[in-house]
Design a protein around this ligand. Structure first.
Ligand code: ADP
Ligand code: MG
Length: 704
């Protein structure tokens, strides 16, 4: 198989539908398909047959081990490898075995994963359960292949300890409500829908040798210091620029590795900042897209190492330079592939489209804080609202044409639409909506781009499960309200007209087609009463708003206990991240930066003495000026560092109460670190290059 034989390579390490149809008896294959599509329980006999076929396939390819692959609440993926080794009944011969029971259920002693109080370590262990909707695959590394079985991870009581379970529940919730709407528009056959998702992934590549010399990158994934270089992205010369050889070789290896495990990597290019790149896959069912994004992130890091580089997935590796996000493209599709966010060709289809559109608008406005919280993490606080990423204010971009249509529906006035056709007697006789999909507002956090919504706040390092779980649930809720009203309507058409007009009237404040980066928008959003939550800690409160708890419980996505556990885990994670950053910065200042600055000051002082000693009357003023500048910055740095040190000592007393610790981290540690950095960065611009103890931004962003 040559490296160019894309078709043969794609999915060659996936236990795909094709492979199953070839290797499973017809009736087992049919039973499994029923389980995948309708959720009917799988018999233990079928599970045994599937497990055996899976083992044979994996072993033929060279695997000796399998793992239940799951996504605990730490945001990473977890695996514990078991070999297929067993003994014959007489206990004499080594055999290989993989039972249906082992395929379906695992019991990792996963007591060290965060559970936010859902499961005390002394209680029952967590269980992993096979998610047959996401195909098993073989993961490759230098030691060979391992069979990975995507699983959900739950406590003994069935509480979700992972990110996959709530995501699957949210798809079910959305599906249920979408079907109610489809029935109202005469679709009697569709039984469930899929959520489609394509996550564009941004990342940085830097040279590993340089990276290793920076404790901040090693411990925190981002730079805690660093003066801005004279040139970064001002000339727009990196965006879509020619790929450098080293980067291109990396991307090629990455594509190959991803294709093998069935991740449909499609687009790759240089991004806005130097050293920044993007990978976009072809969209897939959200559950699989989520698994695939986790695999992609893992491989991006692993393969960088083969090329002497490090892949940075942090949201803001470099201050003052573009950060990284994940554009989460989201739509609702029927099993037949019909996209329900596609404006239709007939007035009836258009009316249905407008119902889905208005449902999303009301959902986003009703739960803006929750949507914001779903994209919050410590790293993203440095990105959102930083005039290069979407602002922290949630708004929706619709474009002029759609906005015009909605305005007409709201006012009930008919006039020529912007694209020519005439809006006649309300929604049921809308003309075609030939929307211009090229009209893309890059500054909006939530943009309608023709036939999908693009949620651009999502953090680059995080799983996309959380944002999609929230998105699915809030839209399910809006659709449920709409269905309640329409199902009881005496005159469907006029009730539909009134309903859409009501939604638009109430929620149009969330629509904003202008420049989301401008300061005027912040003021305007305030006038409109839209929340502007500029930090993670505040945003996490939305998870435990009474209306959020009601929402998630109503749709069986999270129980109140599960929500509170997530709130606590997020707070704890935030506090720990900031705590580690503060400790790292303190060490770097004390052990690297301060000694370097003092050596430099000493060198200048010596040179003043030496110049004077020559007795030839040279002017020592320039050297004295440098020394004064360096010394005064050293004094300020020292003062700021001492303050940071005191705050760290105080924060250590709070480690029992993570909510308090998180709030203190945000209010004190983040500000103290900023102050320290101010003087360290000023010193970097005056201290001699050979004295500076760590690679600079200049070095790092042009290191590959
Ligand atoms: P951009 O201009 O933002 O780079 P693209 O048009 O290249 O956007 O698409 C970005 C992502 O959106 C890709 O991953 C693509 O597969 C995905 N995408 C396209 N159509 C849909 C859809 N209907 N639903 C969900 N994702 C989609
Ligand atoms: Mg995009």
């Amino acid at each position: 198989m040559s490296n160019c034989d894309l078709q043969a390579i794609y999915g060659c390490h996936v236990f795909s539908e094709d492979v199953m149809s070839q290797r499973l008896p017809k009736e087992t294959f049919a039973e499994l398909n029923n389980t995948i599509e309708k959720g009917t329980p799988l018999s233990s006999q079928a599970a045994d047959v599937i497990a055996d076929a899976m083992k044979d396939w994996a072993m033929e390819k060279g695997a000796t081990h399998y793992t239940h692959w799951f996504q605990p609440l730490n945001g990473f993926t977890a695996e514990k490898h078991d070999s297929f080794l067993d003994f014959s009944k007489d206990g004499i011969h080594a055999i290989t075995k993989f039972s249906g029971k082992a395929l379906i259920k695992g019991e990792p002693d996963a007591s060290s994963f965060p559970s936010g109080g859902l499961r005390a370590t002394f209680e029952a262990r967590g269980y992993t359960a096979w998610d047959c909707t996401s195909p098993a695959f073989l993961k490759e590394d230098s030691s060979g292949l391992t069979l990975c079985i995507p699983t959900a991870f739950c406590s003994y009581n069935g509480e979700a300890l992972d990110k996959k379970t709530p995501l699957l529940r949210s798809v079910e919730a959305l599906s249920k409500q979408v079907i109610r709407i489809l029935r109202l528009f005469g679709d009697e056959t569709t039984e469930h829908i899929n959520v489609s998702c394509g996550a564009e992934q941004e990342y940085f590549l830097v040279d590993k040798k340089m990276w290793k010399e920076r404790p901040d990158f090693v411990f925190t994934g981002r730079s805690l210091l660093g003066a801005k270089p004279p040139k970064t992205q001002e000339m727009d010369d990196h965006y879509f620029g020619t790929l450098k050889e080293r980067v291109s070789a990396y991307m090629k290896e990455l594509d190959l590795a991803l294709w093998k495990v069935g991740v449909p990597a499609k687009t790759k290019h240089n991004e806005a900042a130097p050293a920044q790149h993007e990978l976009a896959p072809i969209f897939e069912t959200v559950n699989i897209a989520c698994d695939h994004n986790q695999i992609a992130m893992e491989m991006m890091k692993k393969i960088a190492d083969h090329h002497g580089m490090v892949c940075l997935l942090h949201e803001k590796p470099f201050a003052g330079i573009n950060g990284s996000g994940k554009h989460n493209n989201w739509s609702i599709t029927t099993p037949g592939g019909l996209n329900l966010l596609n404006p239709g060709k007939t007035p009836g289809e258009n009316a249905q489209f407008l119902v889905f559109l208005c449902a999303v608008i009301s959902a986003i406005d009703n739960h803006a804080a929750l949507i914001r919280a779903s994209a919050a993490n410590a790293g993203n606080d440095y990105r959102l609202g930083a005039l290069e990423a979407p602002p922290a204010i949630i708004s929706i971009f619709l474009g002029d044409e759609l906005t015009d249509i909605l305005e007409q529906i709201e006012s009930g006035e008919k006039h020529q639409t912007k694209f020519g056709g005439k809006l006649d007697t309300g929604v049921s006789s809308l003309p075609n909506l030939p929307l211009d999909t090229t009209d893309r507002n890059r500054t909006s956090p939530f943009a309608f781009t023709g036939n999908k919504f693009e949620f651009r706040m999502v953090p680059s390092s995080a799983s996309i499960a959380g944002p999609n779980t929230v998105l699915n649930t809030v839209v399910a809720d809006a659709l449920s309200d709409i269905a309640d009203r329409l199902e009881n309507a005496k005159d469907f058409d006029s009730e539909l007209n009134r309903l859409l007009a009501d939604i638009i009237k109430e929620h149009k404040r969330v629509i904003f087609n202008g420049n989301g980066y401008g300061a005027e928008w912040v003021a305007e959003a305030k006038r409109r009463g839209l929340p502007n939550i500029n930090n993670s800690v505040d945003s996490y409160e939305a998870f435990i708003y009474p209306e959020s708890i009601r929402l998630f419980e109503k749709h069986n996505v999270y129980s109140e206990t599960e929500l509170r556990s997530r709130y606590e885990i997020k707070m704890e994670k935030y506090a720990k991240i900031v705590g580690i950053e503060a400790q790292t910065l303190l060490q770097m200042i004390n052990r690297q930066i301060m000694p370097a600055c003092l050596s430099y000051a000493d060198k200048i002082a010596q040179s003043i003495v030496n110049i004077k000693a020559t007795g030839i009357g040279c002017d020592t003023l320039p050297a004295e000026e440098i020394l004064r500048k360096v010394s005064s910055n050293i004094a300020s740095l020292n003062k700021a560092t001492k303050k940071l040190e005191r705050s760290i000592a105080r924060s250590e007393q709070m480690s029992e109460d993570y909510i308090k610790y998180a709030k203190f981290s945000r209010d004190a540690l983040v500000a103290d670190m900023q102050e320290v950095r101010k003087y360290a960065d000023a010193l970097e611009t005056v201290v001699g290059k050979e004295f500076w103890p760590i690679p600079t931004y200049n070095d790092l962003i042009y290191s590959v």
